[in-house]
Design a protein around this ligand. Structure first.
Ligand code: HPA
Length: 236
């Protein structure tokens, strides 16, 4: 039975799922890393594929940009298709002087300006969306084994890409490493449904230096991150 936004029969999606924002990145991951990749969804162009990586069944689903979009796909992947390990592989803006463009950032936790937390917990509780500790430690080990440096810490998931009002200096002072737009929803939904989730990012731009990774170089950085994510997600 298909879900509202994913046109796949039940059983067509693995319990391990990578989540890029860009659907064309889902296609790239399937074509570059999977064996026997099979397209299971193209509703709204949100491409999803299932294949195997080193003999383990894995899916990749494009989520679109922002919390409302990723929340739809993650809800349906978990509730309708039985996803149990979900790793977002995305780009982020580097916020901190310790992060350079092209660096890989693993989000131990994510702060957010989104109302999603308040909508669930009300005005008194500032729930802390956290990565699954086991996926987090495995990802750090995988990065080391692959000789890819990765920084671990707190990020921020924002609702506005274009935001003239946000106080980035304060966020930086409190150690926020990077900014992106989806991880908080993933971590909160994983907590709600008691599944495992993690977010891994490559810095595509820098808010301090204004540097941007040229489009043609993004794929290489992206592949390093995907390798960490796949080596992590295939473990028990
Ligand atoms: N802001 C928000 N999300 C992002 C950015 C950014 O600068 N870069 C990549 N995703």
């Amino acid at each position: 039975m298909m879900s509202i936004h994913i046109g796949a029969p039940s059983g067509a999606i693995a319990k391990r799922v990578l989540l890029p924002g860009d659907p064309l990145r889902a296609k790239h991951i399937a074509e570059t890393f999977f064996e026997d990749a099979k397209l299971y969804n193209e509703i709204r162009g949100a491409l999803g594929y299932t294949g195997t990586y080193k003999g383990v069944r894995v899916s990749v689903q494009g989520t679109g940009m922002g919390i409302p979009s990723i929340a739809i796909y993650v809800n349906e992947l978990i509730k309708d298709y039985g996803a149990r390990k979900l790793i977002r592989v995305g780009t982020c803006g580097a916020m901190h002087e310790n992060i350079n463009i092209r660096d890989i950032v693993i989000a131990q936790g994510t702060s957010t300006d989104s109302s999603i937390v308040r909508n669930i917990f009300g005005p008194t509780i500032n729930f802390a969306p956290l990565a699954d500790f086991s996926l987090l430690t495995k990802a750090v080990e995988c990065a080391k084994k692959l000789n890819i440096s990765a920084k671990v810490g707190n990020i921020i998931t924002v609702d506005r890409f274009y935001d003239d009002d946000i106080d980035n200096d304060r966020l930086r002072r409190y150690g926020i490493l990077a900014v992106e737009m989806e991880a908080a929803a993933l971590y909160i939904l994983a907590a709600q449904y008691r599944v495992q989730s993690l977010g891994i990012f490559t810095a595509s731009d820098h808010l301090l230096t204004k540097e941007v990774v040229p489009a043609e170089e993004r794929q290489t950085d992206f592949n390093d991150m995907v390798e960490i994510a796949l080596e992590t997600i295939i473990q028990d």
